[in-house]
Design a protein around this ligand. Structure first.
Ligand code: BGC
Length: 267
């Protein structure tokens, strides 16, 4: 895989921490060129790029708000200018702003939908426009472009107190599938990864507290909280030619969280 990844350029959004950082570093360790997108954590983005370089990869850091059309266009323009062809988009940037439904402000709703869903739309559209300019490969050749959406188990597991977040992820499921159908004849692949509970900043409040951690583990049949590397390994495979016949699919990397764990001794 590494010789193949060496030739590839990957845009990773939200690459300054957590899952995005893990994926960006993993591609870097395979020798890829990586565009390290971040929104506010410049220090985290620097750390990501350092680790990409230590791993034998290369790339640059680009600050952009994925929900801003002009900033996304500019990021792609710069990536094209630097690397020519871009092969993979890891459409990862996402946030949570939790609230009970009756207390949820329009701002909290909009912020999450704009970043998680509109942001993934804008980045995917920029990627598709870029891929479409590439020559059409022959029937036996591998895909000319590849998009991986970062979804969540909450694209199918309802989540009380997080309606904005679950709605954005449910939206990504159909965005991913409908787009996959539309662009498959152009030999562009589109898939998603739905992580379960991965220990990152987004859920630190839960995994760092002993009681909450215990309660969380009850929801994970495999009995461990995930790591960004668990997701990075799936992303490397989906981004590689080894998965060339896979499109329109979601891989749930969740230690069995989507298996209805409440039914293990009940029902
Ligand atoms: C959320 C995490 C949560 C996990 C499992 C993820 O999509 O961002 O906060 O721990 O789903 O519920």
């Amino acid at each position: 895989m590494s010789a193949e990844a060496k030739k590839k350029t990957v845009v990773v959004t939200g690459a300054s921490s957590g899952i995005g950082q893990g994926i960006a570093i993993a591609f870097g360790q395979q020798g890829a060129n990586v565009v390290v997108n971040y929104h506010s954590d410049e220090e985290g983005a620097n750390e990501t790029l350092d680790r990409i370089k230590q791993g034998g990869g290369s790339g640059f850091i680009h600050k952009a708000d994925v929900s801003d059309e002009a900033e996304v266009e500019e990021m792609y323009r710069k990536a094209e200018e630097s690397f020519g062809q871009i092969h993979i988009l890891i459409n990862n940037a996402g946030i949570q702003q939790d609230s009970s439904f009756s207390d949820m402000s329009l701002e909290q709703w909009n912020k999450v939908i704009h970043t998680n869903l509109t942001g993934q739309f804008l980045c995917a559209r920029a990627a598709i426009r870029h891929f479409e300019q590439q020559a059409q490969p022959g029937p036996e050749e591998m895909a000319k472009g590849n998009i991986i959406f970062m979804s969540s188990v909450h694209d199918i597991i309802p989540w009380a107190g997080h309606v904005n977040y679950a709605s954005s992820k449910g939206g990504i499921l159909m965005l991913m599938k409908s787009l996959a159908l539309e662009v498959a004849p152009k030999k562009i692949r589109v898939n998603a990864i739905s992580p379960g509970a991965i220990a990152t900043d987004i859920n630190e409040e839960v995994w760092s507290d002993e009681e909450q951690r215990k309660a969380l583990l009850k929801l994970i049949p495999y009995k461990r909280i995930g790591k960004p590397e668990d997701i990075a390994k799936a992303a490397l495979w989906l981004g590689s030619d080894d998965s060339d016949y896979v499109t329109g699919t979601t891989i749930y990397v969740d230690g069995g969280m989507t298996l209805y764990p409440g039914f293990v001794d009940n029902g």
